[in-house]
Design a protein around this ligand. Structure first.
Ligand SMILES: Nc1ncnc2c1ncn2[C@@H]1O[C@H](COP(=O)(O)OP(=O)(O)OP(=O)(O)O)[C@@H](O)[C@H]1O
Length: 569
């Protein structure tokens, strides 16, 4: 790119000088003879070649610039994704993260491109400026400083405007995110049913428009003020430009400059003014993009809070180990209320453990800790004899497969939906079938003409939408397909009909083999066959035991079970 810029500039000056010599010969007092014609033809040919080369190089240079810009854009996109993948769950549960991500994405999409292209323009214009300055300097040394002084105020005004616009953008980011969220409510498929049945479309549309208009008014106020300052300072620049022309005309009339210099001046001087304007625009643009890129780097600088210890222990080979929680307390970051208090529980291999409790009791939070998506504030999670903090996070997470309440509905093929449980395992197809048979998903998959190659969901062509219960069966198949040591179902059977849930849980112990399992369900009657049951209340284990023991205790569990039975009846 740099080579192209240098060549392009050289060709521009070559063209200008070819013109200078051409005019010099044409208006020379030598008479019209064969020698003069040959000379004119020679300069005409040289001018033609120089112009043609200039045009070709300019086009190539534009092409190279576009290729470079696209590559930079892809590169930055990939870096943003890599940084986002590395961050842990805590970031995804905090608004500050989304603000930083938004600003980084705003910067990421186009700014690096703009930096490259603006930088190229600045270098190009700076080289051109040096060349033209030299030529102008040979004509009259005073012209240059006058012009520069006249352009400086425009430059300062643009830098100040960039600063103000950036500050405003930073301030507006949370509100802009709110507007984007409202827009997604009426454009995305997720809430299409609810928005229509409650007739929310117009209301959300108006709310969105009000926010956007408010943001626009604030922005336009700053832009308007900037435009007025820009007009005033640009006028000053034009005065300088005009002054130089007057000065030149005066000297031309006096005959102190040659006709060749006049032709050079006519070609070059308007360019100089344009270049100075572009340079000031380019440098202030670089400054503006620079402050945006700061946000991109701020995003890249985010570091996961959960990191591997320097001396990690290898996972024990023995896969018949218990997973335990010992005196675990937990408070979410940015919150002061403890969500778990002194929790003790254990999940032995090959056993099904159930956790029941009212909404907000802390069940899902407990699962997040078991999966090491968060670390306990105090107390430990232990695999066998080892605190899970001593293992590599990536290795430990592979020991658990979980189906969360908000599990993934991947709009990809059935096979991909299951393969995601063990994405790098090169497993035989039979394993996939075994998993879908255990979850009950095979019943509907077998009816699809394309079976496991059927695309799920309605987002893409030929996609098949399935019911929530069927999605759940697919998610359970994914967890069963995973070669993990423990499997967790967090209300993963909530949408299954009572019979399907009963059938599934009856066979669940057989499907898990030696794996330890946790099942969370609000249907207490569905988990009564679990080997051991924990009852959670306000972040604590209020009761624990087998179904029979808990019924005999006549506490929270017995009440939940009785309520459940009455509702079922
Ligand atoms: N990311 C978070 N940041 C702060 N507090 C949270 C967060 N997630 C959950 N909580 C709080 O932790 C408490 C326990 O939530 P949790 O989701 O663990 O309950 P739960 O027992 O799974 O409820 P449910 O049966 O409704 O799924 C709730 O009071 C909730 O407000």
């Amino acid at each position: 790119m740099f080579i192209m810029i240098v060549v392009e500039n050289l060709l521009f000056f070559l063209t200008a000088y070819a013109f200078k010599y051409l005019f010099g010969v044409i208006v020379s007092p030598a008479k019209y003879d064969a020698e003069k014609i040959v000379l004119v033809e020679k300069y005409l040919l040289e001018t033609f070649i120089a112009i043609s080369l200039y045009v070709i190089v300019k086009s190539i240079s534009q092409y190279v610039s576009q290729v470079q810009a696209s590559r930079v854009s892809e590169f930055i996109d990939d870096k943003i994704h890599a940084a986002a993948v590395d961050l842990d769950l805590a970031f995804y549960e905090s608004p500050e993260y989304f603000d930083t991500l938004k600003l980084a994405k705003d910067a990421g999409a186009e700014r690096p491109n703009q930096v490259v292209t603006t930088l190229v323009d600045v270098v190009k214009n700076a080289l051109m400026f040096c060349g033209i300055s030299f030529v102008i300097f040979t004509i009259n040394w005073l012209i240059l400083p006058i012009l520069i002084i006249c352009v400086i105020p425009t430059f300062l005004v643009r830098v100040a405007l960039a600063d103000k616009l950036y500050q405003l953008r930073e301030k507006q980011t949370p509100v802009e995110r709110q507007a984007a969220y409202l827009s997604s409510l009426i454009t995305a498929d997720t809430l299409a049913k609810e928005v229509r049945s409650f007739g929310l479309g117009d209301y959300i549309k108006r709310l969105y428009l009000t926010i956007r208009l408010d943001l626009l008014v604030q922005r336009l106020k700053i832009i308007r003020r900037g435009a007025i300052h820009d007009i005033v300072t640009s006028l000053l620049g034009s005065f300088g430009f005009f002054g130089c022309i007057c000065f030149f005309c005066y000297n031309a009339m006096k005959g102190t400059i040659t006709i060749g210099q006049i032709s050079l001046f006519v070609i070059i001087f308007p360019q100089l003014f344009n270049i100075l304007q572009s340079l000031s625009q380019g440098i202030s643009g670089l400054y503006q993009n620079g402050i945006f890129l700061t946000q991109l780097f701020k995003f890249f600088d985010l570091k996961p809070t959960l990191v591997d210890k320097t001396d990690t222990t290898a996972l024990p080979v023995n896969d018949m180990l218990e997973l335990k929680m010992e005196n675990v307390n937990f408070t979410y970051p940015n919150s002061s209320n403890p969500v778990l208090t002194n929790v003790n529980l254990s999940i032995p291999p090959g056993k099904v453990i159930a956790i029941v409790g009212l909404n907000g009791a802390g069940k899902t939070t407990l699962i997040k800790l078991l999966c090491r998506l968060y670390d306990p504030t105090s107390g430990s999670v232990i695999l066998g004899e080892e605190n899970i903090r001593n293992f590599k996070i990536e290795d430990f997470r592979k020991t658990i497969s979980a189906v969360f309440q908000d599990f993934g509905k991947y709009n990809l093929s059935v096979a991909d939906n299951i393969r995601f449980g063990d994405i790098y395992g090169n497993r035989p197809f039979e394993d996939m079938v075994k998993a879908t048979e255990a979850s009950g998903a095979n019943e509907y998959i077998e009816e699809f003409p394309n079976k496991y190659e059927t695309i799920m969901g309605r987002i893409f062509e030929d996609g098949r939408e399935i019911s929530i219960g069927q999605w759940q069966k697919l998610a359970i198949a994914r967890a069963l397909y995973s070669p993990s040591r423990f499997i967790i179902l967090d209300e993963a059977t909530s949408a299954l009909d009572a019979l399907a849930e009963y059938e599934f849980l009856k066979n669940f112990r057989k499907s898990i083999g030696n794996k330890g399992a946790i099942v969370i369900s609000h249907r207490v009657s569905a988990v009564k066959h679990a080997d051991y049951i924990y009852v959670m209340s306000h972040g604590q284990v209020a009761q624990s035991g087998t179904h029979e023991e808990l019924i005999a205790m006549d506490g929270d569990y017995a009440t939940l079970f009785k309520d459940d039975k009455e509702i079922e009846a």
